[in-house]
Design a protein around this ligand. Structure first.
Ligand code: SF4
Length: 509
């Protein structure tokens, strides 16, 4: 049987001469994309099942740690300190990596980073790379950019491979194919891999088919590309955590290794890893210890790993995020995905509705900051603000706080334009703000509302509000304004007290 190569967007773009797009702003408002996802019952079933299972496992392994809250606090404090002195630690990392034989490149944006990777690959006469799952390279659209230069990237993580073969986008930061059932994966493999016509949907068989496909690539492709979980400033060590061993293959077999690291993935010292390597596996895959944790410090002795190591330090909007006093805590994220698995919105809509490499609660606060709130559609509103994400976050990122801050930014951005200032929503909000700012106006509005609601109250509730307010009552009833407010009751009580004669003082016995 002949092997059918996957046809990806990248290949098509390359063929059509379309320049590669870095991963960018959502194309469709979240609420519209979410409505589409909610109509997909298979997707909702797959998501519900997967997130419920991961959540239950996580609770169990986190519960057995008596010092979990202290670990969270330590993780938060280390990340906070790192971000405060990021300039100093980045220079220290560059010095350390150079000292042990690696080469450091600075990339201001996605275009820079993609160009640096392509130049290194071409300088070795290669036209293929093997890749370890990496959100950072997804963020910069590396696969598409390489395809545009005639370089084919092979994803080696099983879930990433499934997504690549299906020509889809990832829907979870840790389990990119979380929305796929085993039967769907079998169909993708049958369609795209050789010798798979009798493949069943047993996990062991599916994994074996992927392994057979990937083993050939590990042994023949000369360049590997990875992301970075942690870069250690004082030793120049780079760390990757993964579960399948594909990363270990990429880090040891190819002759050239290129690691793309977001500048926030830094920790000051080797000892700091102790905290994160406890927090990360329990929060992400609900494991006590991560199955494959690889460290590399510069280049290996000849014949024992890559002869050449390149570290690309990527900014791509992170400096801008760092400058935001409220929003910068998003850079503390260690990409564990616990906030996705707990989020009631993500569980129902899945990751594609976010239309971003970073879905779920972390995506709702990181993407708008990276691409600008003006380009992020309604992502800051993709949350019920229940706070569950904050409770599970291993580095204590206050996601609801950042969401509210970003919603404020969205409003301020709209108010900066004339149409935004004159919009019905803005006019209504400004009026409400004026009413709330004055007790006299507030009381007058209550009285007017009490009169106005008379025709709308049925059975003690208002089932439908007029005009744009109808959106609020489309899914819930509203209680009417009470016949008497607390302040009115208090005033009445004082009046009665004044008219009553003072109680007679009885003489003491
Ligand atoms: S925001 Fe927190 S919970 Fe969510 S992925 Fe990042 S570290 Fe994990």
């Amino acid at each position: 049987m002949t092997r059918r190569e996957p046809t990806t967007n990248a290949e098509l773009m390359s063929r059509e001469g379309v320049p590669p797009l870095p991963v960018s702003a959502p194309a469709m408002p979240f609420q519209d994309a979410a409505r589409l996802s909610l109509g997909d019952t298979q997707l909702r079933f797959n998501m519900g099942k997967a997130t419920t299972t991961i959540r239950a496992k996580r609770y169990k392994v986190v519960d057995e740690m008596p010092d979990w809250q202290n670990l969270r606090e330590a993780g938060r404090a280390i990340k906070d300190r790192t971000l405060r002195h990021l300039d100093k630690y980045l220079l220290q990392l560059e010095e350390s990596v150079t000292r042990v034989g690696g080469k450091v490149h600075w990339a201001a944006d996605a275009e820079d980073a993609n160009r640096i990777v392509a130049d290194i690959v071409k300088s070795h006469g290669a036209n293929e790379v093997v890749k370890i799952k990496s959100l950072t390279t997804d963020e910069i659209g590396l696969n598409e950019a390489l395809a545009h230069q005639g370089i084919k990237a092979y994803e080696t993580d099983l879930a990433e491979l499934i997504i690549q073969l299906a020509d889809e986008r990832s829907s979870h930061i840790l389990v990119p194919a979380i929305h796929k059932s085993r039967a769907e994966i079998r169909e993708i493999f049958r369609r795209t891999l050789e010798n798979t016509e009798n493949l069943s949907d047993e996990p062991r068989e599916l994994a074996a088919a992927a392994r057979a496909h990937l083993r050939r690539k590990f042994l023949t492709v000369p360049v590997a590309v990875s992301g970075v979980n942690f870069g250690v400033a004082d030793t120049g060590t780079v760390c990757i955590v993964e579960s399948e061993g594909n990363g270990r293959m990429c880090l040891t077999l190819p002759k050239v290794l290129i690691s793309v690291m977001g500048i926030e993935k830094l920790v000051p010292s080797w000892r700091d890893l102790e905290v994160f390597l406890q927090l990360l596996p329990r929060s992400s895959t609900a494991e006590r210890m991560n199955p494959y944790t690889s460290f590399w410090t510069g280049i290996a002795p000849p014949g024992d790993g890559p002869d050449e190591f390149h570290l690309i330090l990527l900014d791509d909007g992170r400096s801008k995020v760092l400058a935001d006093r409220h929003g910068r805590q998003a850079l503390q994220c260690i990409r564990c995905s616990a906030c996705l698995n707990i989020c009631p919105v993500y569980e129902r809509t899945g990751g594609h509705a976010y239309n971003s490499v970073y879905p779920g609660p972390i995506g709702a606060i990181l993407t708008p900051q990276l691409v600008g709130v003006e380009n992020a559609g309604s992502l800051p509103y993709a949350s019920s603000l229940c706070g569950a994400c904050y409770e599970v976050c291993p580095v204590k990122i206050n996601i609801p706080e950042v969401l509210l801050h970003l919603r404020g930014e969205v409003v301020r951005h709209k108010q900066a334009t004339l149409t935004g200032r004159l919009s019905a929503e803005n006019v209504a909000m400004q009026t409400v703000a004026r009413v709330f700012a004055s007790p006299r106006r507030y009381e007058a509005a209550q009285k007017a509302g009490r009169l106005g609601q008379k025709l709308m109250v049925k059975g003690g509730v208002i089932e439908r509000l007029p005009g744009q307010l109808g959106g609020w009552t489309a899914v819930r009833d509203v209680y009417p304004i009470a016949p008497q407010t607390f302040r009115e009751w208090w005033k009445q009580r004082e009046k009665v007290a004044k008219t009553k004669p003072a109680p007679r003082q009885e003489p003491r016995p």
